[in-house]
Design a protein around this ligand. Sequence first.
Ligand code: ADE
Length: 242
Amino acid sequence: MKIDVLALFPEILAPALQTGILRRAQEADKLAVNVHHLRDWATDKHQSVDDYLYGGGAGMILKPAPIFSALADLNREGTAHVIYLTPQGTPFTQSLAEALSLETHLILLCGRYKGIDERVRDRLITTEISIGDYVLSGGEIAALVLIDAIGRVLPGALGDYESAQVDSFSNELLDYPHYTRPAEFKGMHVPEVLLSGHHENIERWRYAEALKRTAERRPDLLQQLELSAEDVAILEAAGFCR
Ligand code: ADE
């Protein structure tokens, strides 16, 4: 997977790209990330990339010419999936991360100021994505969120691939509680079942905990699922009514 990022503050991304799973994915040639400075495609002597709004109003937006030139260079074959990070986009989810991990070439355009000229959206953008209902000062951190979530589900990127398969959202549920040694800490005990060595019971307990935690914290997620009779029984026994 190749990811090109087009940004006004590329330095924001560098440390995270050089750390942990993202670094390992790049070292293993599963992932190649190139961060580009939009100003490199500015043509005037001040290297300006923004301009005032037609019709008036406060703030500046990114002007179209540098972005069109950059994307002409970065997407020569015209096959890249071009994503613009914006609060107006489709909400980013685990399933979107997994779908995007199957692409071969992503280009992430990071906005700044009040956004971009609409003609960039009309002509060049495949998908607009939001990482949440709040406004960041630019798209760089949002791009990093996408790269991190996509990078860790790339086949072969995570040493312990199983741990990506069973974590939160992999089965549309929040994660179950985790414990490590000691079995008793400050008077708090690890649930007996986890010490039993009985794998079937442990799996059943974990599933029930994930289900209850999701019902408690994110009932909206549960609404989207087809619950089995067994699921409903678990929830009812725990005092959750549907
Ligand atoms: N740029 C600014 N805010 C953003 C958000 N919430 N998601 C994606 N890109 C953004």
